[in-house]
Design a protein around this ligand. Structure first.
Ligand code: ACM
Ligand code: ZN
Length: 745
């Protein structure tokens, strides 16, 4: 009995060992369907010939491959036929074998030859990507591939990334670079978001003002931001994408997110305008008028030119976030509701989208819209892109419509990693839980969405990589996937290649939350470090050195008695996972002192408790980090009792600016001192020197410094700046003051 057990565990171990070796030899991302590795390798020290057979259509692919492997071999040539004795790499179309599907391939490597087979050119292209990932990282190592066979085909046919070039304009060459980066991980759709409230980016010959006016936004300080793609630019990008087997799907937003177009042609709004290309993020209330037939003529004209530029069968028309306030007040829109027998403005939106859908159909195209297009009834043959969770995908699929799945929870790469880390992306399955098997065929695939309000071109890599590696795997690889730890091993092997490609990737995760804890009878700060996953181990240092596995392992809360620099690193096994956390503990005069707050803070933002403002730990840029106190609609006013008279010469307090989330800075902060807690003398008043419309998220320190004064009580008043101003999407709503750490020295 025991020997049988021993044998079987030994056999299992062998299988595991073999799989590990295979993964190390073929560390391909996205993971292929099947890999069998053998012994030995194929090498070509002097020359190699790429043989593409008689199909001329493969010559281009052969030349693409030639260019890629040229650095590894002194001589790479491309021929239609192989001659005896040559080290050869064969490209082979095998259309009889149905196993490949439209994009699958087989890459067979022996010591003598390499044969890449597929039913279609796309499959060969993906086989080439796998081959390139298996080559040694350094060209100096020469052309060497492990013996083995890769058989591969994708799980989903729609594997996309949305790039928002409306909020930030991205240069044509940058877009082409992304097409290469996508193709390298076997993604095949670039969803090109080309029109927004903040900029219209596509030249339309019939309506030149769309780019003359609509492509440029003007800031209060006189700076102008913008740019657009000429039709030649677009043709160039589309042709480039085609050579990389990427379909460019344009998005022309309607009826909302259209302020830039309305700035150019205000007659297509409900009110007649005038409008300016927006300099603010968020949802805007002026949208295309649904009661005016000339709006449809305009949009059809625009779509005509779009259709001529983009061979894609699908055209994305947005449809998301269209507030109905203007339609409610517009005589023409209300007339349309009556004439068409519509129930309300939601059905009017549905009418709008159906009418556009019908037009697209008449031009041989199909419509995609965000999941709002489900409201008020779906246009026939419309495809739904589900973003507010996956309910939109479920509803679409169950009603026989196709769906593309890109929920905010797992696919929004504009979210920082503390909200969406690589592991969470890796947990994403495009087929929503609960979907009945008979409807699964309607899930075309998914996308990761890169909205760029806060992402100029130079920061796109940082937000997209490495998370997109996980997304590519969700979209291509089999449903039964590697453990996350095994995936990370392959990610590690990809980093050098990303570096060679000039990719400036960002962190994988920010998996540790800090929670300060102060007790009135304890002259120390207890710092709790909370790991985002059970299997993470946290290491930390308090001496300014960067934490690694030689640092202390976190087991119970840190007890801090002196100002210190804290470094935190979490590990998954032996591998560091996530960015290194850095924070400082500042033990100042008010540390651990009680704070009386005059107007109560919101229950939603209670910070870390009653010592939030005096615990020596500063809130981060993340307003939900549990370190900020939030006050809505009124002044912040607090009094600290230092317990004894002390010389005070510096006081500072931090406020958070994040106007997108309705967090504004106080117009001024007043500082007072008192010896008795009754009579307060003004010590300083610091005005906010930043404009109200500061769109960057930032922490602003209001710092007062004065000749030392004796005081026991310190009072701080941060003035409420008023309700959200008229230019703000939350116009008239109560804004917030977010405050943390009052430092007294
Ligand atoms: C969206 O994120 N508004 C589709
Ligand atoms: Zn109207």
């Amino acid at each position: 009995m025991s020997s049988v057990l021993w044998l079987s565990s030994c056999a299992t171990e062998k299988v595991v060992q073999k799989e590990k070796m295979t993964a190390e030899k073929f560390p391909i991302i996205p993971k292929p369907l099947k890999v069998e590795s053998g012994e030995g390798s194929f090498t070509a020290d002097e020359s190699i010939v790429i043989v593409y057979g008689q199909a001329d259509s493969l010559k281009q692919l052969a030349e693409y491959l030639q260019e890629k492997i040229q650095p590894y071999v002194p001589e790479v040539s491309v021929f239609a036929e192989k001659k005896a004795g040559q080290k050869a790499l064969l490209l082979n179309i095998d259309s009889a074998d149905k196993e490949y599907g439209a994009e699958g391939y087989r890459l067979a490597i022996t010591e003598k030859s390499i044969t890449l087979s597929a039913a279609r050119r796309a499959g060969l292209f993906y086989g080439i990507q796998s081959l390139l990932q298996v080559l040694p990282e350094s060209e100096k190592a020469g052309f060497r591939l492990p013996v083995g066979t890769v058989f591969d085909r994708p799980r989903f046919k729609w594997r996309g990334m949305l790039l928002d070039c409306g909020r930030h304009f991205m240069k044509k060459d940058f877009v082409k670079r992304y097409i290469d980066l996508l193709a390298g991980i076997k993604m095949n759709r670039l969803h090109w978001h080309l029109t927004e409230d903040q900029g219209w980016r596509i030249e339309i010959k019939k309506y030149p003002r769309l780019t003359e006016i609509g492509a440029w936004r003007k800031y209060e300080d006189g700076t102008v931001y913008g740019g657009f793609y000429t039709q030649d630019d677009i043709r160039e990008v589309v042709a480039y994408a085609k050579s990389r087997f990427v379909t460019v799907v344009p998005e022309i937003e309607m009826p909302g997110h259209s302020t830039a177009a309305l700035a150019a042609y205000p007659q297509f709004s409900c009110t007649g305008g005038p409008f300016e290309v927006s300099t603010l993020w968020g949802v805007h209330k002026d949208i295309y008028c649904a009661g005016n037939d000339s709006v449809f003529t305009f949009l059809q004209d625009v779509l005509d030119e779009v259709i001529d530029l983009f061979p894609s069968k699908y055209i994305h028309i947005g449809g998301d976030e269209a507030p109905k306030a203007r339609w409610r007040e517009c005589g023409k829109c209300q007339q349309r509701i009556k004439d068409e027998g519509l129930a309300d403005e939601h059905e009017l939106q549905s009418y709008f989208i159906r009418r556009i859908g019908k037009y697209l159909n008449s031009r041989g195209k199909r419509l995609i819209g965000w999941d709002e297009i489900l409201e008020g009834g779906l246009a026939p043959d419309a495809t739904v892109q589900s973003w507010r969770g996956v309910d939109g995908a479920l509803a679409a699929a169950r009603s026989g419509h196709d769906a593309i799945v890109s929920p905010t929870t797992h696919a929004y790469f504009d979210y920082k990693v503390y909200k969406l880390d690589m592991r969470k992306v890796y947990e994403f399955d495009p087929v929503p839980e609960g979907l009945e098997p008979e409807f699964e065929k309607h899930i075309l695939g998914g996308e990761c969405n890169v909205w760029t309000e806060r992402i100029p071109q130079e920061k796109v890599d940082y937000m997209v990589f490495p998370r997109i590696l996980a997304m590519s795997e969700n979209l291509w690889s089999a449903k039964e996937k590697d453990s996350f730890a095994a995936f990370l091993k392959r990610v590690d092997l990809r980093y050098p290649a990303l570096k060679n490609m000039g990719v400036t990737w960002g962190p994988e995760a920010s998996p540790v939350r800090i929670q300060p804890e102060l007790k009135s009878d304890e002259p120390a700060l207890l710092l709790n470090l909370i790991a985002g996953y059970d299997d993470l181990e946290i290491y930390y240092s308090t001496d300014g050195q960067k934490a690694d596995k030689n640092a202390k392992r976190y087991e119970h809360p840190l007890r801090l008695t002196q100002s210190s620099q804290i470094s935190i690193q979490s590990f998954l096994g032996d591998r560091a996972y996530g960015e290194t956390g850095q924070l400082s503990f500042n033990r100042h005069l008010a540390f651990g002192k009680e704070v009386q707050i005059v107007n109560a803070n919101s229950d939603r933002y209670p910070g870390s408790g009653e010592y939030t403002l005096t615990d020596g730990i500063h809130g981060t840029q993340n307003f939900r980090d549990g370190l900020w106190l939030g006050f809505q609609g009124e002044d912040f006013e607090a009094v600290i009792d230092l317990q004894q008279e002390t010389g005070v010469s510096k006081i500072s307090v931090n406020f958070l600016n994040n106007i997108h989330s309705w967090l504004f800075l106080p117009p001024q902060v007043e500082f007072y001192l008192s010896t008795d807690g009754e009579n307060f003398q003004p010590a300083a008043r610091i005005r906010n020197d930043l404009p109200l419309k500061t769109t960057d998220d930032l922490i602003k320190t209001f710092r007062a410094q004065f000749p030392a004064l004796q005081a026991r009580y310190v009072k701080i008043v941060g003035k409420y700046g008023g309700d959200c101003p008229s230019w703000h999407p939350g116009y008239g709503g109560k804004s917030w003051l977010f405050v943390d750490e009052i430092v007294v020295e």
